[in-house]
Design a protein around this ligand. Structure first.
Ligand code: SF4
Ligand code: SF4
Length: 395
């Protein structure tokens, strides 16, 4: 095993221990909103309505990430990240400063040439992962997103990125945000567009309300969306067979191409299903690592607590990491995180599952269950020929 992988695994083990003991390890996973601006007009998101506020320049972003130092994963998101005409410079600045194993970019796929240009010019394409978002098939997608972010343009973006997978080694997947009963009904048609091209489709169920992107909730705690059991579904999904949908999604996970997605989605969908079925103690339930291994950055460099609590604990553009991470506000907010009953937003669940060690605990629970004849476990998501790729893909 390469020395780099061993070092990262050792750092991961250290972070797990520190998180479990209530410490504040160095951040390892950063979710960076490069802009709130968006050219879509989605009904369930206010990002496009917000005053954009100030945004770090590429040079500023480089300085902020130099404070964060080495990171395992950087997820770039928005708004629509490609509205930043300097996104390539930002990506390079982040890479120079933090050398992430994965640089993940979520896009609505409307600015095809910019997306493709970044893929072709970025200096470390094998670390690059794109996720293009859809809300359903053509009619539903276009009705929700508006005239500048069409299904056909997003499809074209996926097609052109897919053609670059082999020559560049980039990863491309599609996210289906299930926003309504029609969107749910579109899932098989959407899948039929992408599976023949070898592109994994992952689904999430829309929350009742957007917290990070809700104007009313900005800078506040969206405590009504954080529920110990159940799942706060969007009202447009009322009456839809979400349980059957998630059961079918779960059954399909083993067919995904990427082993990291198979493992992550299996974990996430089991937790989602448990919540939708309404049990009192839905599992898995990882200890949250927000403000510990997972740091979020807003466009101006400020650091919110998490997806559902956008109170900020400091600003990395103007303060040192030490001041932000060890300051009184961060300590108070960590106590709030520790008392939080838990959410099931995938962008928070994944880092928590990894850096709390719950992926491993979940696998152990699954093996014990399989031994007792009670189903499969996480390792069943791994094909024998893939074991040597796992560390590279998951860290
Ligand atoms: S959901 Fe995404 S694409 Fe839609 S307005 Fe919000 S940021 Fe833009
Ligand atoms: S579980 Fe963590 S990320 Fe989710 S709402 Fe609670 S503190 Fe925020």
């Amino acid at each position: 095993m390469a020395v780099g992988v061993v070092k990262r695994l050792a750092a991961l083990a250290g972070a797990v221990l520190k998180n479990r003991r209530g410490g504040a390890p160095h951040p390892a996973w950063c979710t960076y909103l490069v802009t709130f601006r968006c050219n879509a007009r989605c009904g369930m998101c206010d990002s496009w309505r917000m005053k954009p506020g100030s945004e770090l320049s590429a040079a500023d972003a480089g300085r902020v990430f130099a404070k964060l130092g080495r990171l395992d994963v950087v997820r770039i998101t928005g708004g629509e990240p490609f509205l930043r005409t300097d996104l390539l410079e930002i990506a390079e600045a982040v890479t120079r400063a933090s050398r992430p194993g994965v640089l993940h970019i979520t896009t609505n796929g409307s600015l095809t040439d910019r997306v493709v240009e970044l893929a072709e010019r970025y200096s470390a394409p094998r670390r690059l992962a794109f996720m293009v978002s859809f809300d359903g098939h053509r009619e539903e997608h276009d009705a929700n997103r508006g005239k500048d972010v069409t299904f056909d343009t997003a499809m074209e973006t996926v097609r052109r990125l897919a053609a670059l997978r082999k020559p560049l080694g980039i990863d491309v997947s599609v996210n289906h945000t299930v926003i309504s009963a029609q969107s749910l009904a579109d899932s098989h048609r959407l899948r039929a567009e992408f599976l023949p091209r070898g592109i994994d489709v992952q689904s999430v169920l829309a929350y009742a309300e957007s917290s990070m992107y809700g104007i009313k909730l900005r800078g506040k705690r969206a405590e009504h969306l954080i529920v110990p059991a159940g799942y706060p579904l969007h009202p447009k999904l009322a009456g839809a067979d979400v349980v059957g949908f998630v059961q079918r999604e779960l059954a399909r996970v083993s067919g995904m191409k990427s082993v990291a997605r198979r493992i992550g989605k299996s974990y996430y969908l089991r937790g989602l299903l448990a919540r939708l079925q309404g049990g009192a103690n839905p599992m898995p339930r990882p200890p949250c690592v927000a403000l510990r291994s997972h740091v979020r950055l807003l466009p101006d460099g400020s650091v919110p607590v998490c997806q559902f609590n956008t109170e900020t604990v400091g600003n990395l553009a103007t303060q040192s990491l030490e001041d932000v991470w060890q300051g009184a506000k961060a300590r108070t907010s960590r106590a709030w995180v520790d008392a939080c009953p838990g959410c099931w937003a995938e962008c928070e669940v994944m880092p928590s599952a990894i850096y709390s060690g719950d992926f491993i605990a979940d696998a152990a629970r699954g093996i014990a269950g399989a031994v007792r004849g009670m189903g499969s476990h996480l390792f069943s998501m791994i094909r024998p020929e893939e074991s040597d790729r796992i560390a590279r893909e998951t860290i």
